[in-house]
Write a protein that binds this ligand. Structure first.
Ligand SMILES: NC(=O)c1ccc[n+]([C@@H]2O[C@H](COP(=O)([O-])OP(=O)(O)OC[C@H]3O[C@@H](n4cnc5c(N)ncnc54)[C@H](O)[C@@H]3O)[C@@H](O)[C@H]2O)c1
Ligand SMILES: [Zn+2]
Ligand SMILES: [Zn+2]
Length: 370
Protein backbone atom coordinates (compact mmCIF):
# COMPACT_ATOMS: atom_id res chain seq x y z
CA UNK A 1 0.00 0.00 0.00
CA UNK A 2 0.97 3.68 -0.23
CA UNK A 3 1.65 5.99 2.69
CA UNK A 4 2.54 9.68 2.89
CA UNK A 5 5.41 10.35 5.29
CA UNK A 6 7.87 12.99 6.54
CA UNK A 7 11.41 12.01 5.64
CA UNK A 8 14.95 13.22 6.36
CA UNK A 9 17.19 12.51 3.36
CA UNK A 10 20.16 14.63 4.27
CA UNK A 11 21.39 16.21 7.50
CA UNK A 12 20.66 19.94 7.65
CA UNK A 13 17.99 19.82 4.90
CA UNK A 14 14.26 20.44 5.49
CA UNK A 15 12.06 17.44 6.17
CA UNK A 16 10.38 16.25 2.94
CA UNK A 17 6.88 14.85 2.46
CA UNK A 18 6.91 11.81 0.18
CA UNK A 19 4.53 9.10 -0.91
CA UNK A 20 6.17 5.74 -0.14
CA UNK A 21 5.41 2.03 -0.48
CA UNK A 22 4.57 0.00 2.59
CA UNK A 23 4.84 -3.79 2.70
CA UNK A 24 2.25 -5.82 4.64
CA UNK A 25 2.94 -7.18 8.15
CA UNK A 26 5.07 -10.32 8.42
CA UNK A 27 5.86 -12.51 11.47
CA UNK A 28 5.34 -10.58 14.70
CA UNK A 29 4.51 -7.35 12.87
CA UNK A 30 1.40 -5.18 12.74
CA UNK A 31 -0.01 -2.64 10.31
CA UNK A 32 -0.90 0.52 12.21
CA UNK A 33 -2.92 3.50 11.04
CA UNK A 34 -1.28 6.37 12.87
CA UNK A 35 -3.86 8.89 14.02
CA UNK A 36 -1.65 11.24 16.05
CA UNK A 37 2.06 11.89 16.48
CA UNK A 38 3.89 14.15 18.93
CA UNK A 39 6.66 16.50 17.82
CA UNK A 40 9.57 15.65 20.14
CA UNK A 41 12.97 17.32 20.06
CA UNK A 42 14.73 13.98 19.38
CA UNK A 43 13.53 13.98 15.74
CA UNK A 44 15.33 17.32 15.30
CA UNK A 45 18.51 15.66 16.53
CA UNK A 46 18.25 13.35 13.50
CA UNK A 47 17.63 16.24 11.09
CA UNK A 48 20.52 18.24 12.60
CA UNK A 49 22.87 15.26 12.67
CA UNK A 50 23.32 15.24 16.45
CA UNK A 51 22.14 11.64 16.56
CA UNK A 52 23.67 9.88 13.59
CA UNK A 53 20.92 7.86 11.97
CA UNK A 54 20.80 5.77 8.83
CA UNK A 55 19.14 7.89 6.11
CA UNK A 56 16.66 8.22 4.58
CA UNK A 57 14.56 7.98 7.69
CA UNK A 58 10.84 8.49 8.25
CA UNK A 59 10.72 10.64 11.39
CA UNK A 60 8.39 10.46 14.39
CA UNK A 61 8.62 8.27 17.47
CA UNK A 62 5.76 9.54 19.64
CA UNK A 63 2.64 7.98 18.18
CA UNK A 64 -0.80 6.51 18.68
CA UNK A 65 -3.19 4.81 16.34
CA UNK A 66 -5.33 1.85 15.46
CA UNK A 67 -4.14 -1.65 14.54
CA UNK A 68 -5.47 -2.42 11.05
CA UNK A 69 -3.99 -5.86 10.47
CA UNK A 70 -1.71 -8.29 12.29
CA UNK A 71 0.92 -10.62 10.86
CA UNK A 72 1.42 -14.30 11.78
CA UNK A 73 2.29 -14.99 15.41
CA UNK A 74 1.03 -11.69 16.79
CA UNK A 75 -0.47 -12.18 20.25
CA UNK A 76 -0.16 -8.81 21.97
CA UNK A 77 -2.78 -6.94 19.93
CA UNK A 78 -5.57 -7.58 17.44
CA UNK A 79 -7.07 -5.65 14.53
CA UNK A 80 -9.17 -2.76 15.83
CA UNK A 81 -7.15 -2.19 18.99
CA UNK A 82 -6.24 1.35 19.99
CA UNK A 83 -2.56 1.52 20.84
CA UNK A 84 0.14 3.88 22.05
CA UNK A 85 3.60 3.23 20.64
CA UNK A 86 6.70 2.93 22.74
CA UNK A 87 9.85 4.43 21.24
CA UNK A 88 11.85 1.51 22.61
CA UNK A 89 10.43 -1.94 21.86
CA UNK A 90 10.38 -4.57 24.60
CA UNK A 91 10.99 -8.21 23.74
CA UNK A 92 10.15 -9.44 27.24
CA UNK A 93 12.91 -12.02 27.40
CA UNK A 94 16.30 -10.33 27.04
CA UNK A 95 18.39 -9.87 30.17
CA UNK A 96 17.12 -6.29 30.60
CA UNK A 97 13.41 -6.90 29.98
CA UNK A 98 13.49 -9.96 32.22
CA UNK A 99 14.85 -7.86 35.08
CA UNK A 100 12.34 -5.02 34.78
CA UNK A 101 14.47 -2.69 32.65
CA UNK A 102 12.52 -2.66 29.40
CA UNK A 103 13.82 0.77 28.39
CA UNK A 104 17.20 -0.80 27.65
CA UNK A 105 15.78 -3.85 25.85
CA UNK A 106 18.27 -5.40 23.41
CA UNK A 107 15.71 -4.98 20.65
CA UNK A 108 16.30 -1.23 20.84
CA UNK A 109 19.67 -1.69 19.12
CA UNK A 110 18.31 -0.53 15.75
CA UNK A 111 16.24 2.50 16.77
CA UNK A 112 18.60 4.79 14.84
CA UNK A 113 19.00 2.37 11.93
CA UNK A 114 15.24 2.28 11.80
CA UNK A 115 14.85 -1.31 10.64
CA UNK A 116 12.83 -4.17 12.10
CA UNK A 117 14.57 -7.45 13.02
CA UNK A 118 15.78 -9.22 9.94
CA UNK A 119 17.03 -6.66 9.05
CA UNK A 120 13.85 -5.61 7.36
CA UNK A 121 12.69 -2.28 5.94
CA UNK A 122 8.92 -2.39 5.28
CA UNK A 123 9.04 1.13 3.78
CA UNK A 124 10.55 1.59 0.34
CA UNK A 125 10.54 4.42 -2.18
CA UNK A 126 12.57 6.32 -4.76
CA UNK A 127 15.65 6.22 -2.46
CA UNK A 128 15.46 2.47 -1.76
CA UNK A 129 14.95 1.25 1.81
CA UNK A 130 13.65 3.83 4.27
CA UNK A 131 14.31 3.43 8.00
CA UNK A 132 11.72 4.48 10.57
CA UNK A 133 12.72 6.57 13.59
CA UNK A 134 12.80 4.31 16.66
CA UNK A 135 11.43 1.49 14.47
CA UNK A 136 8.14 3.46 14.35
CA UNK A 137 8.15 6.43 11.96
CA UNK A 138 4.97 7.96 13.35
CA UNK A 139 5.11 10.90 10.87
CA UNK A 140 3.54 8.55 8.35
CA UNK A 141 -0.13 7.81 7.72
CA UNK A 142 0.53 4.09 8.13
CA UNK A 143 3.37 1.96 9.46
CA UNK A 144 4.38 -1.66 9.69
CA UNK A 145 6.01 -2.07 13.07
CA UNK A 146 6.80 -4.83 15.55
CA UNK A 147 4.15 -5.91 18.05
CA UNK A 148 6.77 -5.30 20.77
CA UNK A 149 6.55 -1.57 20.03
CA UNK A 150 2.85 -1.14 20.83
CA UNK A 151 0.78 -1.13 24.00
CA UNK A 152 -2.99 -1.59 23.85
CA UNK A 153 -4.95 1.13 25.64
CA UNK A 154 -8.57 1.53 26.76
CA UNK A 155 -11.02 2.23 23.91
CA UNK A 156 -12.41 5.27 25.67
CA UNK A 157 -9.06 7.04 26.01
CA UNK A 158 -8.70 9.98 23.61
CA UNK A 159 -5.72 9.06 21.43
CA UNK A 160 -5.03 12.72 20.61
CA UNK A 161 -3.95 13.11 24.26
CA UNK A 162 -2.71 9.55 24.97
CA UNK A 163 -0.20 9.97 22.13
CA UNK A 164 2.01 11.95 24.51
CA UNK A 165 2.54 8.82 26.57
CA UNK A 166 4.62 7.37 23.71
CA UNK A 167 7.65 9.48 24.68
CA UNK A 168 7.38 12.85 26.42
CA UNK A 169 5.28 11.88 29.41
CA UNK A 170 7.01 8.66 30.54
CA UNK A 171 10.44 10.14 29.75
CA UNK A 172 9.91 13.23 31.88
CA UNK A 173 7.71 11.70 34.57
CA UNK A 174 10.01 8.70 34.91
CA UNK A 175 13.16 10.86 34.98
CA UNK A 176 11.77 12.23 38.25
CA UNK A 177 9.88 9.27 39.71
CA UNK A 178 12.23 6.45 38.64
CA UNK A 179 15.67 7.79 37.84
CA UNK A 180 15.86 10.57 40.44
CA UNK A 181 13.68 8.49 42.79
CA UNK A 182 12.04 11.65 44.13
CA UNK A 183 10.78 11.25 47.70
CA UNK A 184 8.15 13.16 49.70
CA UNK A 185 9.62 16.42 50.96
CA UNK A 186 12.41 16.58 48.36
CA UNK A 187 13.67 19.62 46.54
CA UNK A 188 13.90 19.01 42.79
CA UNK A 189 15.26 21.28 40.06
CA UNK A 190 14.12 20.75 36.46
CA UNK A 191 16.19 22.44 33.74
CA UNK A 192 14.31 22.96 30.47
CA UNK A 193 10.50 22.91 30.28
CA UNK A 194 9.58 21.33 26.95
CA UNK A 195 7.50 18.22 26.35
CA UNK A 196 9.91 16.25 28.53
CA UNK A 197 10.63 18.77 31.28
CA UNK A 198 6.98 19.62 31.96
CA UNK A 199 6.42 15.95 32.78
CA UNK A 200 9.45 15.84 35.06
CA UNK A 201 7.71 18.71 36.88
CA UNK A 202 4.47 16.71 37.06
CA UNK A 203 6.30 13.55 38.17
CA UNK A 204 8.30 15.31 40.87
CA UNK A 205 5.18 16.96 42.26
CA UNK A 206 3.20 13.70 42.21
CA UNK A 207 6.04 11.90 44.02
CA UNK A 208 5.66 14.44 46.81
CA UNK A 209 8.47 16.94 46.28
CA UNK A 210 8.13 19.94 48.54
CA UNK A 211 9.96 22.27 46.17
CA UNK A 212 9.83 21.84 42.40
CA UNK A 213 12.05 24.46 40.82
CA UNK A 214 11.62 24.90 37.06
CA UNK A 215 14.32 26.68 35.05
CA UNK A 216 13.71 27.91 31.51
CA UNK A 217 14.67 31.18 29.80
CA UNK A 218 11.18 31.42 28.23
CA UNK A 219 8.30 32.95 30.17
CA UNK A 220 5.59 30.81 28.53
CA UNK A 221 7.45 27.69 29.73
CA UNK A 222 7.82 28.97 33.26
CA UNK A 223 4.12 29.86 33.39
CA UNK A 224 3.10 26.36 32.29
CA UNK A 225 5.47 24.81 34.84
CA UNK A 226 3.85 26.84 37.64
CA UNK A 227 0.40 25.80 36.38
CA UNK A 228 1.31 22.09 36.46
CA UNK A 229 3.11 21.67 39.76
CA UNK A 230 6.26 23.78 39.99
CA UNK A 231 6.55 25.79 43.19
CA UNK A 232 9.20 28.17 41.82
CA UNK A 233 10.34 29.16 38.33
CA UNK A 234 13.44 31.02 37.18
CA UNK A 235 14.88 32.19 33.88
CA UNK A 236 18.47 31.30 34.72
CA UNK A 237 20.39 28.62 36.59
CA UNK A 238 22.12 31.35 38.67
CA UNK A 239 18.84 32.67 40.04
CA UNK A 240 17.67 29.14 40.74
CA UNK A 241 20.93 28.31 42.53
CA UNK A 242 20.51 31.15 45.03
CA UNK A 243 16.88 30.27 45.66
CA UNK A 244 17.66 26.55 46.13
CA UNK A 245 20.40 27.34 48.66
CA UNK A 246 17.92 29.49 50.59
CA UNK A 247 14.94 27.13 50.47
CA UNK A 248 17.07 24.19 51.64
CA UNK A 249 19.02 26.15 54.27
CA UNK A 250 22.23 25.52 52.42
CA UNK A 251 21.75 21.78 51.90
CA UNK A 252 21.08 21.92 48.16
CA UNK A 253 18.54 20.09 46.03
CA UNK A 254 17.99 16.33 46.24
CA UNK A 255 17.91 16.03 42.48
CA UNK A 256 18.47 18.02 39.31
CA UNK A 257 16.73 16.76 36.18
CA UNK A 258 18.21 18.01 32.93
CA UNK A 259 15.67 18.11 30.10
CA UNK A 260 17.05 20.94 27.96
CA UNK A 261 16.78 20.60 24.19
CA UNK A 262 20.52 20.58 23.60
CA UNK A 263 22.54 19.31 26.55
CA UNK A 264 25.83 21.07 27.32
CA UNK A 265 28.46 20.99 30.05
CA UNK A 266 27.20 24.30 31.44
CA UNK A 267 23.77 22.95 32.34
CA UNK A 268 25.27 19.71 33.67
CA UNK A 269 27.56 21.76 35.93
CA UNK A 270 24.62 23.92 37.03
CA UNK A 271 22.65 20.82 38.03
CA UNK A 272 25.68 19.33 39.76
CA UNK A 273 26.16 22.52 41.80
CA UNK A 274 22.47 22.74 42.68
CA UNK A 275 22.33 19.31 44.32
CA UNK A 276 23.65 18.71 47.80
CA UNK A 277 25.17 15.70 49.56
CA UNK A 278 23.75 12.41 48.33
CA UNK A 279 22.00 14.22 45.48
CA UNK A 280 21.42 12.98 41.94
CA UNK A 281 21.82 14.66 38.56
CA UNK A 282 19.71 13.05 35.84
CA UNK A 283 20.70 13.52 32.20
CA UNK A 284 17.69 13.12 29.93
CA UNK A 285 18.35 15.73 27.22
CA UNK A 286 20.71 14.86 24.38
CA UNK A 287 23.35 16.39 22.14
CA UNK A 288 25.91 15.16 19.61
CA UNK A 289 26.97 11.65 20.60
CA UNK A 290 30.70 12.43 20.62
CA UNK A 291 30.40 15.70 22.58
CA UNK A 292 31.72 15.51 26.19
CA UNK A 293 28.81 17.18 27.95
CA UNK A 294 29.96 16.15 31.43
CA UNK A 295 32.92 18.08 32.84
CA UNK A 296 32.78 17.82 36.61
CA UNK A 297 35.01 17.44 39.64
CA UNK A 298 35.19 13.74 40.43
CA UNK A 299 36.46 14.58 43.90
CA UNK A 300 33.35 16.63 44.69
CA UNK A 301 31.28 13.75 43.32
CA UNK A 302 33.02 11.40 45.77
CA UNK A 303 33.27 13.64 48.82
CA UNK A 304 29.62 14.73 48.56
CA UNK A 305 28.52 11.24 47.44
CA UNK A 306 26.72 12.72 44.45
CA UNK A 307 25.43 10.64 41.51
CA UNK A 308 25.16 11.44 37.82
CA UNK A 309 22.73 9.19 35.95
CA UNK A 310 21.44 8.80 32.43
CA UNK A 311 17.73 8.21 31.90
CA UNK A 312 16.21 6.57 28.83
CA UNK A 313 12.40 6.55 28.46
CA UNK A 314 12.42 7.66 32.09
CA UNK A 315 13.53 4.15 33.07
CA UNK A 316 9.91 3.16 32.50
CA UNK A 317 8.68 -0.29 31.49
CA UNK A 318 6.31 0.49 28.60
CA UNK A 319 4.07 -2.56 29.07
CA UNK A 320 3.18 -1.57 32.63
CA UNK A 321 4.02 2.13 32.85
CA UNK A 322 2.10 3.32 29.77
CA UNK A 323 -1.20 1.97 31.23
CA UNK A 324 -0.22 3.22 34.68
CA UNK A 325 0.45 6.75 33.51
CA UNK A 326 -2.76 6.78 31.45
CA UNK A 327 -4.58 5.65 34.60
CA UNK A 328 -3.21 8.70 36.42
CA UNK A 329 -4.54 10.85 33.56
CA UNK A 330 -7.97 9.24 33.86
CA UNK A 331 -7.89 9.90 37.61
CA UNK A 332 -7.00 13.56 37.04
CA UNK A 333 -3.61 13.28 38.73
CA UNK A 334 -1.62 13.88 35.55
CA UNK A 335 -2.43 16.48 32.93
CA UNK A 336 -2.21 15.77 29.22
CA UNK A 337 -4.71 18.13 27.55
CA UNK A 338 -2.87 21.14 29.00
CA UNK A 339 0.43 20.05 27.39
CA UNK A 340 -0.71 20.41 23.80
CA UNK A 341 -0.01 23.90 22.51
CA UNK A 342 -0.87 23.40 18.82
CA UNK A 343 -1.75 20.78 16.25
CA UNK A 344 -0.25 20.38 12.77
CA UNK A 345 -0.92 18.42 9.61
CA UNK A 346 1.79 16.13 8.17
CA UNK A 347 2.55 18.81 5.55
CA UNK A 348 3.15 21.35 8.34
CA UNK A 349 5.94 19.29 9.96
CA UNK A 350 8.70 21.83 9.24
CA UNK A 351 6.55 24.64 10.64
CA UNK A 352 5.97 22.50 13.73
CA UNK A 353 9.69 22.10 14.28
CA UNK A 354 10.32 25.79 13.66
CA UNK A 355 7.82 26.43 16.46
CA UNK A 356 9.54 23.89 18.74
CA UNK A 357 12.94 25.45 18.15
CA UNK A 358 11.49 28.93 18.73
CA UNK A 359 10.19 27.71 22.08
CA UNK A 360 6.52 28.30 21.24
CA UNK A 361 5.27 24.84 22.16
CA UNK A 362 5.09 22.72 25.26
CA UNK A 363 4.16 19.96 22.79
CA UNK A 364 2.96 20.13 19.21
CA UNK A 365 0.85 17.23 17.95
CA UNK A 366 0.46 16.09 14.34
CA UNK A 367 -3.06 15.08 13.35
CA UNK A 368 -2.97 12.53 10.51
CA UNK A 369 -5.41 12.60 7.61
CA UNK A 370 -6.26 9.40 5.72
N1 LIG B 1 16.47 10.33 27.32
C1 LIG B 1 15.35 10.08 26.67
O1 LIG B 1 14.78 9.01 26.77
C2 LIG B 1 14.77 11.17 25.82
C3 LIG B 1 13.49 11.00 25.27
C4 LIG B 1 12.93 12.05 24.54
C5 LIG B 1 13.62 13.22 24.37
N2 LIG B 1 14.88 13.35 24.89
C6 LIG B 1 15.64 14.59 24.76
O2 LIG B 1 15.20 15.49 25.75
C7 LIG B 1 15.46 16.82 25.34
C8 LIG B 1 14.22 17.67 25.53
O3 LIG B 1 13.22 17.31 24.57
P1 LIG B 1 11.89 18.19 24.39
O4 LIG B 1 11.09 17.54 23.31
O5 LIG B 1 11.27 18.45 25.71
O6 LIG B 1 12.54 19.56 23.82
P2 LIG B 1 11.93 21.05 23.75
O7 LIG B 1 12.75 21.74 22.72
O8 LIG B 1 10.46 20.99 23.60
O9 LIG B 1 12.22 21.67 25.18
C9 LIG B 1 13.49 22.06 25.61
C10 LIG B 1 13.36 23.24 26.58
O10 LIG B 1 14.66 23.54 27.12
C11 LIG B 1 14.76 24.94 27.28
N3 LIG B 1 16.19 25.26 27.40
C12 LIG B 1 17.12 25.28 26.43
N4 LIG B 1 18.34 25.58 26.97
C13 LIG B 1 18.16 25.75 28.29
C14 LIG B 1 19.02 26.03 29.40
N5 LIG B 1 20.33 26.21 29.23
N6 LIG B 1 18.48 26.11 30.64
C15 LIG B 1 17.16 25.91 30.83
N7 LIG B 1 16.30 25.62 29.83
C16 LIG B 1 16.79 25.53 28.59
C17 LIG B 1 14.06 25.48 26.05
O11 LIG B 1 13.66 26.84 26.24
C18 LIG B 1 12.86 24.53 25.93
O12 LIG B 1 11.75 25.02 26.64
C19 LIG B 1 15.94 16.71 23.88
O13 LIG B 1 17.37 16.73 23.87
C20 LIG B 1 15.43 15.36 23.47
O14 LIG B 1 16.17 14.80 22.41
C21 LIG B 1 15.45 12.35 25.60
ZN1 LIG C 1 10.96 11.73 22.14
ZN1 LIG D 1 14.15 -7.10 25.78
Amino acid sequence: MKTKAAVVHEVGKPIEIEELDLDGPRDGEVLIRYTFAGLCHSDVHIQHGDLLARLPMVLGHEGAGVIEEVGPGVTRVAAGDNVVCSFIPNCGICRYCATGRQSICDMGATILEGNLPGPRFPITGPSGDYGAMCMLGTFSQYGVIHQNSVVKVDDDLPLDKAVLVGCGVPTGWGSAVNTANVQPGDTVAVYGVGGIGINAVQGARYAGAKNVVAIDPLENKREKAMELGATHAFATAEEAQDAIVNMTRGQGADSAILTVGLMDSEVVSAGFNAIGKGGTVVLTGLNKIELPTIQLSGSILTLFRKSVKGSLFGDCNPTTDIPKILGLYQAGDLKLDELITRTYTLEQVNEGYDDLLAGKNIRGVMVHEH
